[in-house]
Design a binder for this molecule. Structure first.
Ligand code: FES
Length: 126
């Protein structure tokens, strides 16, 4: 897997949050690849908000489900995540991106819920 680093300027009050996203496009025939983004956050955001920041400020090619309830009801934002706060590391779990809180300075890994049903990047069939 290749890794590509995107950096944003560090804000005076923000901590860099590392976001590793498994990118894939089954129609291209290429193997899935991990892409890393560095995002300066000054406050906690949801994983869905973090994806929106990446999409709007760093990489408009990132695919994820963005136009849904944003209230933890519909469930279409579900992805697998690992949220690592320093030395505490957890296994990847499926969760709702709109309800998962990401603290500044955290390392986050994201992948689709089911790699066998990926349409592109974090978007998969239900
Ligand atoms: S956007 Fe509906 S549950 Fe997350």
């Amino acid at each position: 897997m290749s890794r590509i680093l995107h950096k944003q300027p560090r804000s005076p009050e923000g901590s860099l949050t590392s976001v590793h996203i498994l990118r894939s496009d089954p129609l291209s025939g290429k193997s899935p690849a991990l892409q890393t983004y560095q995002v300066a956050l000054s406050e906690a955001v949801t994983a869905l908000e973090l994806l929106r920041i990446i999409y709007e400020q760093i990489d408009p090619t990132l695919a994820f489900r963005n136009q849904e309830c944003n209230q933890g009801i519909c469930g279409v934002c579900r992805i697998k995540m690992t949220i690592d706060a320093g030395s505490q590391q957890a296994d990847a779990r499926a969760g709702k991106a709109c309800r998962s809180i990401i603290q500044p300075g955290t390392t986050v890994s994201m992948q689709p819920v089911d790699m066998n049903k990926v349409i592109r990047d974090l978007v998969s069939l239900f």
